[in-house]
Design a protein around this ligand. Structure first.
Ligand code: NAI
Ligand code: MG
Length: 496
Protein backbone atom coordinates (compact mmCIF):
# COMPACT_ATOMS: atom_id res chain seq x y z
CA UNK A 1 0.00 0.00 0.00
CA UNK A 2 2.87 2.41 0.78
CA UNK A 3 4.21 1.87 -2.71
CA UNK A 4 0.97 3.08 -4.14
CA UNK A 5 0.99 6.41 -2.35
CA UNK A 6 4.60 6.95 -3.43
CA UNK A 7 3.59 6.58 -7.05
CA UNK A 8 0.98 9.27 -6.50
CA UNK A 9 -1.67 7.21 -8.25
CA UNK A 10 -4.83 9.14 -8.99
CA UNK A 11 -6.97 6.49 -7.34
CA UNK A 12 -5.24 5.27 -4.22
CA UNK A 13 -6.95 2.54 -2.27
CA UNK A 14 -8.22 3.78 1.06
CA UNK A 15 -7.17 1.47 3.86
CA UNK A 16 -10.70 1.37 5.26
CA UNK A 17 -13.57 1.89 2.90
CA UNK A 18 -16.58 1.79 5.10
CA UNK A 19 -19.86 0.84 3.53
CA UNK A 20 -23.08 0.74 5.49
CA UNK A 21 -24.85 -2.60 5.08
CA UNK A 22 -27.35 -2.48 2.20
CA UNK A 23 -29.28 -5.73 2.45
CA UNK A 24 -31.95 -6.54 -0.10
CA UNK A 25 -35.13 -7.62 1.67
CA UNK A 26 -35.98 -11.32 1.56
CA UNK A 27 -39.68 -10.64 2.13
CA UNK A 28 -40.54 -10.75 -1.55
CA UNK A 29 -39.76 -14.48 -1.63
CA UNK A 30 -42.42 -16.84 -0.30
CA UNK A 31 -40.75 -20.17 0.32
CA UNK A 32 -42.74 -23.34 0.75
CA UNK A 33 -41.65 -25.80 3.36
CA UNK A 34 -41.70 -28.62 0.86
CA UNK A 35 -41.74 -28.85 -2.92
CA UNK A 36 -42.85 -31.69 -5.12
CA UNK A 37 -41.89 -32.33 -8.72
CA UNK A 38 -43.76 -30.52 -11.50
CA UNK A 39 -45.13 -32.99 -14.02
CA UNK A 40 -47.96 -32.52 -16.52
CA UNK A 41 -48.88 -29.17 -14.99
CA UNK A 42 -49.32 -30.65 -11.51
CA UNK A 43 -47.25 -30.89 -8.37
CA UNK A 44 -46.57 -34.53 -7.54
CA UNK A 45 -45.28 -35.90 -4.28
CA UNK A 46 -41.90 -37.54 -4.87
CA UNK A 47 -40.84 -40.71 -3.08
CA UNK A 48 -37.96 -38.99 -1.26
CA UNK A 49 -36.96 -35.45 -0.40
CA UNK A 50 -33.77 -33.65 0.64
CA UNK A 51 -32.96 -30.30 2.18
CA UNK A 52 -31.70 -27.35 0.15
CA UNK A 53 -29.70 -24.71 2.02
CA UNK A 54 -28.39 -21.18 1.70
CA UNK A 55 -24.63 -21.55 1.13
CA UNK A 56 -24.03 -18.16 2.81
CA UNK A 57 -25.50 -19.26 6.15
CA UNK A 58 -26.03 -23.05 5.87
CA UNK A 59 -29.61 -22.32 6.90
CA UNK A 60 -32.17 -24.82 5.60
CA UNK A 61 -34.50 -23.23 3.04
CA UNK A 62 -36.86 -26.02 2.00
CA UNK A 63 -37.37 -29.70 1.40
CA UNK A 64 -37.27 -30.61 -2.29
CA UNK A 65 -37.94 -33.81 -4.16
CA UNK A 66 -35.34 -36.40 -5.03
CA UNK A 67 -37.10 -37.71 -8.13
CA UNK A 68 -36.74 -41.44 -8.62
CA UNK A 69 -36.88 -43.44 -11.82
CA UNK A 70 -40.67 -43.67 -11.73
CA UNK A 71 -40.98 -39.88 -11.43
CA UNK A 72 -38.60 -39.42 -14.36
CA UNK A 73 -40.52 -41.83 -16.58
CA UNK A 74 -43.77 -40.15 -15.59
CA UNK A 75 -42.35 -36.73 -16.54
CA UNK A 76 -41.12 -38.02 -19.90
CA UNK A 77 -44.56 -39.55 -20.59
CA UNK A 78 -46.20 -36.22 -19.76
CA UNK A 79 -43.81 -34.42 -22.11
CA UNK A 80 -44.43 -36.98 -24.87
CA UNK A 81 -48.17 -36.62 -24.46
CA UNK A 82 -47.98 -32.82 -24.63
CA UNK A 83 -45.71 -33.04 -27.69
CA UNK A 84 -48.02 -35.36 -29.61
CA UNK A 85 -51.31 -33.87 -28.56
CA UNK A 86 -51.04 -30.23 -29.42
CA UNK A 87 -47.73 -28.52 -28.82
CA UNK A 88 -45.76 -29.72 -31.85
CA UNK A 89 -48.62 -28.92 -34.23
CA UNK A 90 -49.30 -25.49 -32.80
CA UNK A 91 -48.45 -22.68 -35.26
CA UNK A 92 -45.13 -21.02 -34.45
CA UNK A 93 -46.89 -17.71 -33.87
CA UNK A 94 -48.93 -19.36 -31.07
CA UNK A 95 -45.85 -20.86 -29.43
CA UNK A 96 -44.24 -17.42 -29.63
CA UNK A 97 -47.09 -15.92 -27.58
CA UNK A 98 -46.29 -18.23 -24.66
CA UNK A 99 -42.59 -17.44 -24.86
CA UNK A 100 -43.25 -13.69 -24.93
CA UNK A 101 -45.52 -14.11 -21.91
CA UNK A 102 -42.87 -16.03 -19.98
CA UNK A 103 -40.29 -13.35 -20.81
CA UNK A 104 -42.59 -10.57 -19.59
CA UNK A 105 -43.51 -12.41 -16.39
CA UNK A 106 -39.82 -12.98 -15.65
CA UNK A 107 -39.27 -9.25 -16.01
CA UNK A 108 -42.23 -8.46 -13.78
CA UNK A 109 -41.08 -10.89 -11.11
CA UNK A 110 -37.37 -10.28 -11.56
CA UNK A 111 -36.70 -8.99 -8.05
CA UNK A 112 -38.32 -12.05 -6.52
CA UNK A 113 -36.26 -14.35 -8.75
CA UNK A 114 -33.04 -12.43 -8.15
CA UNK A 115 -33.42 -12.62 -4.36
CA UNK A 116 -34.21 -16.33 -4.51
CA UNK A 117 -31.28 -17.00 -6.85
CA UNK A 118 -28.86 -15.28 -4.46
CA UNK A 119 -30.41 -16.95 -1.43
CA UNK A 120 -30.16 -20.49 -2.80
CA UNK A 121 -26.95 -20.18 -4.83
CA UNK A 122 -24.83 -17.61 -2.96
CA UNK A 123 -24.19 -15.23 -5.85
CA UNK A 124 -24.23 -11.47 -5.16
CA UNK A 125 -27.62 -9.85 -5.59
CA UNK A 126 -26.16 -7.23 -7.91
CA UNK A 127 -25.20 -10.03 -10.30
CA UNK A 128 -28.47 -11.96 -10.12
CA UNK A 129 -30.36 -8.66 -10.45
CA UNK A 130 -28.26 -7.14 -13.25
CA UNK A 131 -27.05 -10.19 -15.17
CA UNK A 132 -28.91 -13.46 -14.54
CA UNK A 133 -32.45 -12.11 -14.60
CA UNK A 134 -32.20 -9.63 -17.49
CA UNK A 135 -30.39 -12.26 -19.60
CA UNK A 136 -32.90 -14.99 -18.74
CA UNK A 137 -35.78 -12.78 -19.86
CA UNK A 138 -33.79 -11.71 -22.95
CA UNK A 139 -33.37 -15.35 -24.00
CA UNK A 140 -37.12 -15.94 -23.91
CA UNK A 141 -37.76 -12.72 -25.86
CA UNK A 142 -35.11 -13.64 -28.40
CA UNK A 143 -36.32 -17.18 -29.05
CA UNK A 144 -39.96 -16.06 -29.04
CA UNK A 145 -38.99 -14.06 -32.11
CA UNK A 146 -37.75 -17.17 -33.94
CA UNK A 147 -40.71 -19.45 -33.17
CA UNK A 148 -42.72 -18.42 -36.27
CA UNK A 149 -39.69 -17.92 -38.52
CA UNK A 150 -38.06 -21.34 -38.53
CA UNK A 151 -38.76 -21.80 -42.25
CA UNK A 152 -36.85 -18.60 -42.94
CA UNK A 153 -34.08 -19.42 -40.53
CA UNK A 154 -33.46 -22.76 -42.25
CA UNK A 155 -34.67 -22.24 -45.81
CA UNK A 156 -35.46 -25.34 -47.88
CA UNK A 157 -34.56 -27.66 -45.00
CA UNK A 158 -38.07 -28.24 -43.64
CA UNK A 159 -37.23 -27.94 -39.96
CA UNK A 160 -39.34 -29.90 -37.49
CA UNK A 161 -39.07 -30.38 -33.75
CA UNK A 162 -37.05 -33.29 -32.41
CA UNK A 163 -39.59 -34.35 -29.76
CA UNK A 164 -38.96 -34.55 -26.03
CA UNK A 165 -35.80 -32.86 -24.76
CA UNK A 166 -34.16 -33.95 -21.49
CA UNK A 167 -32.20 -31.04 -20.06
CA UNK A 168 -29.71 -31.22 -17.21
CA UNK A 169 -28.27 -28.00 -15.85
CA UNK A 170 -25.67 -26.89 -13.29
CA UNK A 171 -25.76 -24.64 -10.24
CA UNK A 172 -23.68 -21.65 -11.32
CA UNK A 173 -26.41 -19.83 -13.29
CA UNK A 174 -29.53 -21.80 -12.32
CA UNK A 175 -32.30 -19.72 -13.90
CA UNK A 176 -30.17 -18.48 -16.79
CA UNK A 177 -29.20 -22.05 -17.76
CA UNK A 178 -32.88 -22.98 -17.57
CA UNK A 179 -33.63 -20.12 -19.99
CA UNK A 180 -30.79 -21.14 -22.33
CA UNK A 181 -32.25 -24.64 -22.48
CA UNK A 182 -36.02 -24.14 -22.33
CA UNK A 183 -36.43 -21.13 -24.66
CA UNK A 184 -34.91 -22.60 -27.86
CA UNK A 185 -36.48 -26.01 -27.19
CA UNK A 186 -40.00 -24.56 -26.98
CA UNK A 187 -39.45 -22.13 -29.86
CA UNK A 188 -38.56 -25.11 -32.05
CA UNK A 189 -41.72 -26.97 -30.98
CA UNK A 190 -40.29 -29.50 -28.52
CA UNK A 191 -41.44 -30.33 -25.03
CA UNK A 192 -39.09 -30.49 -22.10
CA UNK A 193 -38.13 -32.38 -18.95
CA UNK A 194 -35.62 -30.29 -17.06
CA UNK A 195 -33.52 -31.23 -14.06
CA UNK A 196 -31.91 -28.39 -12.11
CA UNK A 197 -28.73 -28.98 -10.09
CA UNK A 198 -29.26 -30.48 -6.64
CA UNK A 199 -27.88 -27.47 -4.76
CA UNK A 200 -29.93 -24.84 -6.60
CA UNK A 201 -33.44 -26.09 -7.36
CA UNK A 202 -35.48 -23.17 -6.04
CA UNK A 203 -35.62 -20.75 -8.99
CA UNK A 204 -36.52 -23.63 -11.33
CA UNK A 205 -39.34 -24.54 -8.94
CA UNK A 206 -40.50 -20.91 -8.85
CA UNK A 207 -40.38 -20.95 -12.65
CA UNK A 208 -43.21 -23.53 -12.51
CA UNK A 209 -45.39 -20.71 -11.21
CA UNK A 210 -44.42 -18.59 -14.22
CA UNK A 211 -45.48 -21.47 -16.47
CA UNK A 212 -48.81 -21.59 -14.67
CA UNK A 213 -49.27 -17.81 -15.02
CA UNK A 214 -48.39 -17.99 -18.72
CA UNK A 215 -51.01 -20.78 -19.11
CA UNK A 216 -48.54 -22.98 -20.93
CA UNK A 217 -50.33 -26.24 -21.79
CA UNK A 218 -49.67 -28.96 -19.19
CA UNK A 219 -46.69 -31.22 -19.89
CA UNK A 220 -44.86 -28.83 -22.20
CA UNK A 221 -42.36 -28.07 -19.44
CA UNK A 222 -41.80 -30.54 -16.61
CA UNK A 223 -39.36 -29.90 -13.79
CA UNK A 224 -37.93 -32.75 -11.77
CA UNK A 225 -35.44 -32.15 -8.98
CA UNK A 226 -32.81 -34.50 -7.63
CA UNK A 227 -29.12 -35.29 -7.85
CA UNK A 228 -27.01 -37.11 -10.44
CA UNK A 229 -29.11 -40.27 -10.12
CA UNK A 230 -32.13 -38.36 -11.39
CA UNK A 231 -30.01 -36.95 -14.22
CA UNK A 232 -28.78 -40.42 -15.16
CA UNK A 233 -32.36 -41.75 -15.23
CA UNK A 234 -33.35 -38.89 -17.53
CA UNK A 235 -30.47 -39.70 -19.91
CA UNK A 236 -31.70 -43.31 -20.10
CA UNK A 237 -35.40 -42.44 -20.48
CA UNK A 238 -37.25 -42.32 -23.81
CA UNK A 239 -36.23 -38.77 -24.72
CA UNK A 240 -35.14 -37.67 -28.20
CA UNK A 241 -32.44 -35.30 -27.15
CA UNK A 242 -30.24 -34.57 -24.15
CA UNK A 243 -28.81 -31.13 -23.49
CA UNK A 244 -26.27 -31.09 -20.68
CA UNK A 245 -24.23 -28.38 -19.00
CA UNK A 246 -21.84 -29.41 -16.25
CA UNK A 247 -18.57 -31.20 -15.62
CA UNK A 248 -16.51 -32.78 -18.37
CA UNK A 249 -16.49 -36.01 -16.39
CA UNK A 250 -20.29 -36.38 -16.38
CA UNK A 251 -20.47 -35.08 -19.97
CA UNK A 252 -18.20 -37.89 -21.11
CA UNK A 253 -20.24 -40.47 -19.22
CA UNK A 254 -23.42 -39.20 -20.89
CA UNK A 255 -21.83 -39.32 -24.33
CA UNK A 256 -20.75 -42.94 -23.77
CA UNK A 257 -24.25 -43.79 -22.55
CA UNK A 258 -25.92 -42.29 -25.61
CA UNK A 259 -23.55 -43.63 -28.26
CA UNK A 260 -25.55 -45.63 -30.76
CA UNK A 261 -28.97 -44.75 -29.33
CA UNK A 262 -29.78 -42.14 -32.00
CA UNK A 263 -30.61 -39.57 -29.32
CA UNK A 264 -29.28 -36.14 -30.13
CA UNK A 265 -26.80 -34.64 -27.71
CA UNK A 266 -25.24 -31.29 -26.90
CA UNK A 267 -22.62 -30.87 -24.18
CA UNK A 268 -21.47 -27.63 -22.62
CA UNK A 269 -18.64 -28.60 -20.28
CA UNK A 270 -15.68 -27.15 -18.46
CA UNK A 271 -13.07 -24.60 -19.41
CA UNK A 272 -9.71 -23.13 -18.50
CA UNK A 273 -9.81 -19.94 -20.48
CA UNK A 274 -6.80 -17.80 -21.32
CA UNK A 275 -7.19 -14.07 -20.75
CA UNK A 276 -4.31 -12.55 -22.72
CA UNK A 277 -2.97 -9.05 -22.06
CA UNK A 278 -0.60 -7.46 -24.57
CA UNK A 279 1.75 -4.63 -23.65
CA UNK A 280 -0.21 -2.11 -25.72
CA UNK A 281 -3.51 -2.80 -23.93
CA UNK A 282 -5.30 -0.17 -21.86
CA UNK A 283 -4.09 -1.58 -18.55
CA UNK A 284 -6.73 -0.19 -16.19
CA UNK A 285 -9.50 -1.53 -18.40
CA UNK A 286 -7.65 -4.81 -18.72
CA UNK A 287 -7.43 -5.11 -14.94
CA UNK A 288 -11.21 -4.61 -14.70
CA UNK A 289 -11.54 -7.32 -17.34
CA UNK A 290 -9.27 -9.67 -15.39
CA UNK A 291 -11.32 -9.12 -12.21
CA UNK A 292 -14.60 -9.59 -14.05
CA UNK A 293 -13.16 -12.64 -15.82
CA UNK A 294 -12.27 -14.57 -12.69
CA UNK A 295 -14.10 -13.12 -9.67
CA UNK A 296 -17.53 -12.70 -11.29
CA UNK A 297 -19.89 -15.25 -9.71
CA UNK A 298 -17.07 -16.44 -7.38
CA UNK A 299 -15.34 -17.88 -10.44
CA UNK A 300 -18.13 -20.45 -10.81
CA UNK A 301 -18.16 -19.77 -14.53
CA UNK A 302 -17.35 -22.31 -17.24
CA UNK A 303 -15.85 -19.56 -19.41
CA UNK A 304 -14.01 -17.84 -16.51
CA UNK A 305 -10.70 -16.24 -17.46
CA UNK A 306 -8.85 -18.48 -15.02
CA UNK A 307 -5.44 -18.40 -16.74
CA UNK A 308 -4.06 -14.90 -17.11
CA UNK A 309 -1.35 -14.51 -19.75
CA UNK A 310 0.47 -11.20 -19.42
CA UNK A 311 3.15 -10.02 -21.81
CA UNK A 312 6.38 -10.22 -19.87
CA UNK A 313 7.31 -6.53 -20.14
CA UNK A 314 4.12 -5.43 -18.33
CA UNK A 315 3.73 -8.36 -15.92
CA UNK A 316 4.87 -6.42 -12.89
CA UNK A 317 2.62 -3.36 -13.20
CA UNK A 318 -0.38 -5.50 -14.18
CA UNK A 319 -0.02 -7.79 -11.18
CA UNK A 320 0.49 -4.80 -8.91
CA UNK A 321 -2.64 -3.06 -10.21
CA UNK A 322 -4.55 -6.30 -9.94
CA UNK A 323 -3.60 -6.82 -6.30
CA UNK A 324 -4.67 -3.29 -5.46
CA UNK A 325 -7.98 -3.80 -7.19
CA UNK A 326 -8.50 -7.12 -5.39
CA UNK A 327 -8.13 -5.36 -2.07
CA UNK A 328 -11.29 -3.38 -2.85
CA UNK A 329 -13.46 -6.45 -3.57
CA UNK A 330 -16.17 -6.86 -0.97
CA UNK A 331 -16.69 -10.49 0.00
CA UNK A 332 -19.76 -11.41 2.03
CA UNK A 333 -23.54 -11.53 2.28
CA UNK A 334 -24.89 -12.26 -1.21
CA UNK A 335 -28.03 -10.26 -0.43
CA UNK A 336 -26.03 -7.10 0.34
CA UNK A 337 -26.17 -4.77 -2.68
CA UNK A 338 -22.51 -3.78 -2.19
CA UNK A 339 -21.18 -7.34 -2.28
CA UNK A 340 -18.82 -8.20 -5.14
CA UNK A 341 -17.99 -11.80 -4.25
CA UNK A 342 -20.59 -13.98 -2.57
CA UNK A 343 -20.60 -17.48 -1.08
CA UNK A 344 -19.13 -20.61 -2.63
CA UNK A 345 -22.04 -22.67 -3.87
CA UNK A 346 -21.55 -25.78 -1.74
CA UNK A 347 -19.32 -27.50 0.76
CA UNK A 348 -18.20 -29.91 -1.95
CA UNK A 349 -17.16 -27.09 -4.28
CA UNK A 350 -15.31 -25.33 -1.45
CA UNK A 351 -13.42 -28.55 -0.72
CA UNK A 352 -12.42 -28.81 -4.37
CA UNK A 353 -11.17 -25.20 -4.45
CA UNK A 354 -9.22 -25.63 -1.22
CA UNK A 355 -7.62 -28.81 -2.49
CA UNK A 356 -6.47 -27.23 -5.76
CA UNK A 357 -5.20 -24.09 -4.02
CA UNK A 358 -3.16 -26.28 -1.66
CA UNK A 359 -1.70 -28.05 -4.70
CA UNK A 360 -0.67 -24.67 -6.13
CA UNK A 361 1.20 -23.78 -2.94
CA UNK A 362 2.82 -27.22 -2.82
CA UNK A 363 3.94 -27.10 -6.43
CA UNK A 364 5.71 -23.81 -5.77
CA UNK A 365 3.44 -20.99 -6.96
CA UNK A 366 3.32 -17.74 -5.02
CA UNK A 367 -0.07 -16.91 -3.57
CA UNK A 368 -1.68 -13.54 -2.83
CA UNK A 369 -4.97 -13.02 -1.01
CA UNK A 370 -6.20 -9.61 0.19
CA UNK A 371 -7.12 -9.41 3.84
CA UNK A 372 -10.83 -9.64 4.35
CA UNK A 373 -13.10 -10.73 7.15
CA UNK A 374 -15.29 -13.65 6.20
CA UNK A 375 -18.63 -14.53 7.80
CA UNK A 376 -18.39 -17.25 10.42
CA UNK A 377 -20.96 -19.60 8.93
CA UNK A 378 -21.38 -20.63 5.33
CA UNK A 379 -18.94 -21.45 2.54
CA UNK A 380 -16.40 -18.77 1.65
CA UNK A 381 -13.19 -18.37 -0.25
CA UNK A 382 -11.04 -15.24 -0.45
CA UNK A 383 -10.27 -14.01 -4.00
CA UNK A 384 -6.85 -15.46 -4.78
CA UNK A 385 -4.13 -14.90 -7.33
CA UNK A 386 -1.17 -17.16 -8.01
CA UNK A 387 2.03 -15.87 -9.62
CA UNK A 388 5.13 -17.89 -10.48
CA UNK A 389 2.93 -20.52 -12.08
CA UNK A 390 4.38 -23.13 -14.43
CA UNK A 391 2.30 -24.52 -17.28
CA UNK A 392 2.49 -27.97 -15.75
CA UNK A 393 0.98 -27.04 -12.38
CA UNK A 394 -2.48 -28.38 -11.66
CA UNK A 395 -3.72 -24.81 -11.07
CA UNK A 396 -2.72 -24.03 -14.68
CA UNK A 397 -4.31 -27.17 -16.09
CA UNK A 398 -7.44 -28.06 -14.12
CA UNK A 399 -10.70 -26.21 -13.81
CA UNK A 400 -10.86 -24.78 -10.27
CA UNK A 401 -14.30 -23.19 -10.66
CA UNK A 402 -13.61 -20.76 -7.85
CA UNK A 403 -12.20 -17.23 -7.33
CA UNK A 404 -8.64 -18.31 -8.08
CA UNK A 405 -6.47 -16.88 -10.86
CA UNK A 406 -3.21 -18.31 -12.21
CA UNK A 407 -0.85 -15.78 -13.78
CA UNK A 408 1.58 -16.83 -16.51
CA UNK A 409 3.64 -14.75 -18.91
CA UNK A 410 4.56 -14.76 -22.61
CA UNK A 411 6.85 -12.77 -24.90
CA UNK A 412 5.44 -13.04 -28.44
CA UNK A 413 1.94 -13.46 -29.88
CA UNK A 414 2.96 -16.91 -31.17
CA UNK A 415 3.94 -17.97 -27.69
CA UNK A 416 0.68 -16.63 -26.27
CA UNK A 417 -1.33 -18.70 -28.75
CA UNK A 418 0.67 -21.83 -28.11
CA UNK A 419 0.34 -21.58 -24.34
CA UNK A 420 -3.31 -20.55 -24.46
CA UNK A 421 -4.19 -23.56 -26.61
CA UNK A 422 -2.21 -25.94 -24.41
CA UNK A 423 -5.22 -27.23 -22.49
CA UNK A 424 -7.73 -30.01 -23.02
CA UNK A 425 -10.47 -27.35 -23.01
CA UNK A 426 -11.52 -24.73 -25.54
CA UNK A 427 -14.52 -22.75 -24.42
CA UNK A 428 -13.47 -19.12 -24.35
CA UNK A 429 -10.58 -16.67 -24.40
CA UNK A 430 -9.93 -12.96 -23.95
CA UNK A 431 -7.53 -10.72 -25.86
CA UNK A 432 -6.53 -7.23 -24.74
CA UNK A 433 -4.68 -5.05 -27.22
CA UNK A 434 -5.12 -1.73 -29.01
CA UNK A 435 -4.41 -3.34 -32.39
CA UNK A 436 -7.44 -4.56 -34.34
CA UNK A 437 -5.28 -6.64 -36.66
CA UNK A 438 -3.76 -8.46 -33.70
CA UNK A 439 -7.21 -9.23 -32.31
CA UNK A 440 -8.15 -10.88 -35.59
CA UNK A 441 -4.81 -12.71 -35.83
CA UNK A 442 -5.30 -14.09 -32.33
CA UNK A 443 -8.97 -14.96 -32.78
CA UNK A 444 -8.11 -17.03 -35.85
CA UNK A 445 -5.61 -19.10 -33.91
CA UNK A 446 -7.18 -19.52 -30.49
CA UNK A 447 -9.00 -22.84 -30.22
CA UNK A 448 -11.94 -21.43 -28.26
CA UNK A 449 -15.65 -21.16 -28.99
CA UNK A 450 -15.82 -17.53 -27.88
CA UNK A 451 -13.02 -14.97 -28.10
CA UNK A 452 -13.70 -11.68 -26.36
CA UNK A 453 -11.66 -8.64 -27.38
CA UNK A 454 -11.07 -5.87 -24.84
CA UNK A 455 -13.96 -7.17 -22.77
CA UNK A 456 -14.83 -10.38 -20.93
CA UNK A 457 -17.90 -12.42 -19.91
CA UNK A 458 -20.15 -10.52 -22.26
CA UNK A 459 -23.31 -12.35 -23.25
CA UNK A 460 -26.12 -11.78 -25.67
CA UNK A 461 -28.91 -14.19 -26.62
CA UNK A 462 -28.19 -13.57 -30.31
CA UNK A 463 -24.61 -14.78 -29.98
CA UNK A 464 -23.84 -18.52 -30.04
CA UNK A 465 -21.81 -20.02 -27.19
CA UNK A 466 -20.08 -23.39 -26.92
CA UNK A 467 -16.79 -25.21 -26.93
CA UNK A 468 -14.00 -27.03 -28.69
CA UNK A 469 -12.30 -30.22 -27.49
CA UNK A 470 -13.23 -31.29 -23.93
CA UNK A 471 -15.39 -28.19 -23.49
CA UNK A 472 -18.09 -30.00 -25.43
CA UNK A 473 -20.01 -29.60 -28.67
CA UNK A 474 -23.10 -27.92 -29.96
CA UNK A 475 -23.94 -24.26 -29.59
CA UNK A 476 -26.42 -22.43 -27.39
CA UNK A 477 -27.72 -18.98 -28.19
CA UNK A 478 -28.39 -17.39 -31.55
CA UNK A 479 -29.65 -19.17 -34.61
CA UNK A 480 -27.10 -21.92 -33.95
CA UNK A 481 -28.85 -22.64 -30.67
CA UNK A 482 -32.05 -23.67 -32.46
CA UNK A 483 -30.39 -26.29 -34.62
CA UNK A 484 -29.90 -28.97 -31.93
CA UNK A 485 -33.65 -28.80 -31.25
CA UNK A 486 -34.63 -29.35 -34.87
CA UNK A 487 -34.63 -32.30 -37.21
CA UNK A 488 -34.23 -31.83 -40.94
CA UNK A 489 -35.34 -34.09 -43.76
CA UNK A 490 -32.61 -36.48 -44.81
CA UNK A 491 -30.13 -35.20 -42.25
CA UNK A 492 -30.22 -37.17 -39.04
CA UNK A 493 -26.89 -36.65 -37.36
CA UNK A 494 -25.82 -37.74 -33.93
CA UNK A 495 -24.57 -34.87 -31.90
CA UNK A 496 -26.70 -32.28 -33.71
P1 NAI B 1 -21.83 -32.24 -12.32
O1 NAI B 1 -21.46 -32.35 -13.75
O2 NAI B 1 -21.79 -33.46 -11.48
O3 NAI B 1 -23.32 -31.64 -12.21
C1 NAI B 1 -24.00 -30.94 -13.24
C2 NAI B 1 -25.41 -31.49 -13.40
O4 NAI B 1 -25.34 -32.85 -13.83
C3 NAI B 1 -26.22 -31.51 -12.11
O5 NAI B 1 -27.56 -31.22 -12.43
C4 NAI B 1 -26.08 -32.94 -11.64
O6 NAI B 1 -27.12 -33.38 -10.82
C5 NAI B 1 -26.08 -33.69 -12.95
N1 NAI B 1 -25.45 -35.01 -12.93
C6 NAI B 1 -24.47 -35.47 -12.09
N2 NAI B 1 -24.14 -36.74 -12.40
C7 NAI B 1 -24.92 -37.10 -13.45
C8 NAI B 1 -25.04 -38.27 -14.26
N3 NAI B 1 -24.29 -39.36 -14.02
N4 NAI B 1 -25.93 -38.29 -15.27
C9 NAI B 1 -26.67 -37.20 -15.55
N5 NAI B 1 -26.62 -36.08 -14.83
C10 NAI B 1 -25.74 -36.01 -13.80
O7 NAI B 1 -20.94 -31.10 -11.69
P2 NAI B 1 -20.63 -30.85 -10.13
O8 NAI B 1 -20.29 -32.16 -9.48
O9 NAI B 1 -21.71 -30.05 -9.57
O10 NAI B 1 -19.32 -29.96 -10.22
C11 NAI B 1 -18.05 -30.56 -10.41
C12 NAI B 1 -17.20 -29.69 -11.28
O11 NAI B 1 -17.73 -29.62 -12.58
C13 NAI B 1 -17.08 -28.25 -10.84
O12 NAI B 1 -16.13 -28.09 -9.85
C14 NAI B 1 -16.71 -27.57 -12.13
O13 NAI B 1 -15.34 -27.72 -12.36
C15 NAI B 1 -17.46 -28.37 -13.17
N6 NAI B 1 -18.73 -27.72 -13.57
C16 NAI B 1 -18.80 -27.06 -14.77
C17 NAI B 1 -19.95 -26.40 -15.12
C18 NAI B 1 -20.06 -25.65 -16.39
O14 NAI B 1 -20.79 -24.68 -16.45
N7 NAI B 1 -19.44 -26.08 -17.45
C19 NAI B 1 -21.11 -26.33 -14.23
C20 NAI B 1 -20.96 -27.09 -13.01
C21 NAI B 1 -19.80 -27.74 -12.72
MG1 MG C 1 -20.74 -34.15 -9.83
Amino acid sequence: MTEISKRGDRSPVPAEWAYAPAPESRDIVQLQERYGVYVGGKWLEPAETYETVSPATEEALAQVGQAGEADVLHAVDAARDAFENGWSSLPGSERAKYLFRIARILQERSREFAVLESLNGGKPIKESRDVDLPLAAAHFFYYAGWADKLEYAFPNRKPRPVGVAGQIIPWNFPLLMLAWKVAPALAAGNTVVLKPAETTPLTALLFCDVIRQAELPPGVVNIITGDGRTGAALVDAAVDKIAFTGSTEVGKAIQRRLAGTGKKLTLELGGKAANIIFDDAALDQAVEGIVNGIYFNQGHVCCAGSRLFVQESIAEPVVEKLKRRMATLRVGDPLDKNTDVGAINSRAQLDKIEELVASGRDEGAEVYQPTCRLPERGYWFVPTVFTNVAQSYRIAQEEIFGPVLSVLTFRTPEEAVEKANNTPYGLSAGVWTEKGSRILWMAERLRAGVVWANTYNRFDPASPFGGYKESGFGREGGLHGLEPYLAFDGAETFGG
